[in-house]
Structure formats: structure tokens, C-alpha cells
Unconditional design. Sequence first.
Length: 396
Amino acid sequence: MAIIPLSEQEIQQLRAETKGTAERIHFNNAGSSLPPDVVLDTVINYLTEEASYGGYETEYKYNAELNNTYALIARLINADVNEIAVVENASTAWWLAFNGIDFKAGDEIITSEMEYVTNLISFTHTKKTYGVKIKVIPNDEHGNLSLSELEAAISPQTKLIAITHIASSTGGVMPVVKIGKIARKHGVLYLVDACQSAGQVPVDVREIDCDMLSVTGRKYLRAPRGTGFLYVRKTIQGKLKLQFMDGFSTEWVTETDYKIRDDARRFELYEKNRALILGLGKAVEYALNIGVDRIWQRVQYLANILRNQLRSIEGISVHDFGDEQCGIVTFTVNEIDSAVIKAKLAEKQINVSVGLAKSTLFFMNKNHLSSVVRASVHYYNTEKEIIIMCDVLRSL
């Protein structure tokens, strides 16, 4: 069925529902998007009630809405509600999944050159601690992951395939569905970092066929900072070691024993920020009401315009590779440091960020890049905003 594009009237309405768009041009959505006003109001109103009536009392009043956050997340990624754990960020979600795996000496982890720095640190720590081997599958000359090399790298010792869906410092998109078919064919655990993709790209855990998936709220989902979630396939929840436990993560406790609860909330602790959970739920609901497929169409449209505009400016090099690209656009300006470009744009109320080499270490080292300017568009951005930024860059 054809996707109905977001109309100009809808874009203006969505911008009207986001205070920040009136004050600046925000091309740092891969860092932290501007939240819709309704998300901000949801968090503030809850905190106000909490201060007036008490924390436990307010939680009891909003219990149904808090639980509905799990249902909304499940709907967003096509999971069951008992496969969702709400945590404070994607790093925590990924860490809980990865460190729950029982690694032993000789086990192998397969990843790509696009893997994020936090994940690489965990790989290296596991290598040092357990003697695990890390295999990094490079992209080909076109910037695409070699699926044949990935499959050839699998051996009887392969314990995990860990892939970042969209890298932090480049706009390429990994073929997570095709990788999932390979992982399932060989019976290998499959962990996907969807930190940059959820809210930007339709993410379907059944289609990807992953065992675990980690997500942040603050990026393309437009949720508050300090929010995220973890998906764990029901059939493997009992196979992951728990890193911590409390009365919330258990079904019952006696003086001599306990039983872990039978859903993904076993990976949570009781104490968490209920206002932010409500804000996360409202942000997910907001995205679902628009339609993630429509968001993805709009983001690709704007990103293509931005890349073409940047390529037309003398002295600018765009560094996005691969057959499929997203709303993250990375570039460098000859003889001007990326941090200087960011600062000059900020003077004009234009937000971008700097992607450092360490963020996507294998990719950046391979391409001899110490840093890039990262401009990441979202559906509420406009063609006019792109032209304004590019005019500023021409003036430099």
C-alpha cells in the first residue's frame, strides 16, 4: 500500500506543536530531538502532581498510563508487551542484554565496522576478561556490509552477532533483516542496537528476527532524556543472567528462596522516574499517530536534499556510504575543524553535532577521519532550514 506523504499543512502543525522549532534550526536529532510540547507537558504535569500529592499516590493514580507505555512500545516494534523492559537509556539496555550472555573462553562475537563505541568497549572488556574473540566484518567499497563475509565468519564457536542498525557517525543503514536470517539459520544469538533507528525507521523485531534490541528515547523518538527500553525475545529471557535483582524483579520471595518474574521486567529495578516513563509513552504514541513509515519517508526526502546541497558546495565532502541511507548526514569542510563549523552554525541558531572518531572507531579509522560534522534531520525540519544552513556554510 502506498505511503501517504506528510503534507505541508501537517508539517506546519507538527512544528506548531514543538516550541523549539520557532527558536532555532535543530539538525541534532541523532543526538537529542526536540520533544513535542505534549511530551514536555506530560512530564511536568506528573512531577507537579507528585510534588502535591506524593510519589506513591501519584504513581497509583497513573498506574494504567504507566503500564500502557509498555503496550505502546510493543506496538512500535511489533513485540509482545511481556518482552519489553523500560530502562534509563540505550546503553543500559544494551549492557543488560550483552552482559546477560554467559560468555566463555573461545566464544566468538561477530560485529561490523559500524559498531558504536560503548559496545566496542564491552567487546574489548569481554575479550580481556573471558578470552572471547571479536570478528569485525568490513563494509565493501560501496559502503555495504558483506553478508557473505559475515556468514563465512560464523563458526561453531560463534556466540553472538551484535549489530548497530544505524551508526552514530555516518548515515549508512545496516541490513539487519538479512543479518537476522543468517543468525537464525545458524542458531546464533542476535543483538541489535536500534538507538538511532527507532522513531526514524520502521523497526519490526519479528521481521528482523533478533533476540535482543536496545533503544533510547531521546533521539528520533523525541522522548525525554534518561529514557530507553530493551526488547528481549520471550524464549531467551530465562537464558540471560540478571545483573541485579530486587523485589520488583521477582514474583515472590521467602526467607530462603525467590522466583524471578516471568517477563522482561525482570531486567528492571523498582525505582525509576515515573514522569519520564509517561513522557516516553507519550512520545511513542505521538510517533505512532503520525506513522513511522511516513516519518521515514519524510526523513529520507530531507536527507537527500541536504546531501545534494552539501555536495554542491566547494570544499565540502559528504561521508555517507551504502545503498540505504538515513537522516544522519555527515560531512567535513576542507581546512576547517568540525568543532569550528559547529560553533559557527550555533552562532546562527543552527544546531548540529560533531561525530568523533571514537564513536564509530573502525569506520572512522578506515576512512582516515578524526571527526565529522553531523547534521541529522527529522520530519519537523524543512527545506527552507536546509537552504539556510547551506548558505551559512557557503559563507564560510
